[in-house]
Write a protein that binds this ligand. Sequence first.
Ligand code: OAD
Length: 245
Amino acid sequence: MKVDDEAVAGLIRRAGRIAVLTGAGISTAAGIPDFRGPRGLYVTRQYDPEKTFDIDYFDRDPSYFFAFARDFVQLVEQVQPTLTHRFLAMLEERGKLDAVITQNIDGLHQKAGSKRVIEVHGSVRNGHCRKCRRAYAYEELKAKVLSQEIARCDSCSGIVKPDIVFFGEAVQGMAEASRVAGQTDLFFVIGSSLTVHPAASLPEYAGGQVVVVNQGLVESASPEWLRIDEPADPFFARIAAKLGM
Ligand code: OAD
């Protein structure tokens, strides 16, 4: 169903509780490639996502992942949150937004000032040794990723893996995320093709209206959902103006 700006601004004004599910499309304007968009990793194969984020492949040949991780850590240090990341942080500050649920591992929601961020696919802020489970905080992890071909544990020389959820691993925080979604009366999906489950099922838990802001195809969208097919930043810039933000 198509919808105009005023209708969306009105939904936000009237909503008591809002939550959002974000995907890689919210960060493309910051300079981080997505997966399935026209310049996404599945298209360019700059890093093949099926090898990079597959736990069995990682255990066979971790060097492929660490080549990606070296580039990614440096990129993430440089990039700044987008207008949409900042808009969401402001909505939370105003008491309108309960939580951001994100599939992204780039930490840009926190950088924008969001406080309650449920990272269902983990993040690069922490890591663990695959062998002895020793925990590594970001600075130590970053130093290892940048200086070693394969990040190794100081205690046992096992491989240290950032706490990103790979294919073949359990997602994180789904119980909390589905509870949050169920308590809302307005739920946004922003910049996600809704391809990867179980995160992609979260809008189905939403208590109220679902609004999908995604440029490009979305898998299995319900006809009841409102659909905005354009880049997120100009859209939310107009909505923020209507809300006087
Ligand atoms: P996708 O790349 O599948 O979807 C991103 C969507 O955002 C695409 O439909 C793009 O066209 C759209 N898009 C790009 N730029 C946009 C913009 N500026 N404004 C609005 N839309 C834009 O990314 P995700 O749905 O996040 O998982 O992918 C889900 C998961 O697949 C990822 O978390 C990752 C991946 O495999 C794991 O690695 C476990």
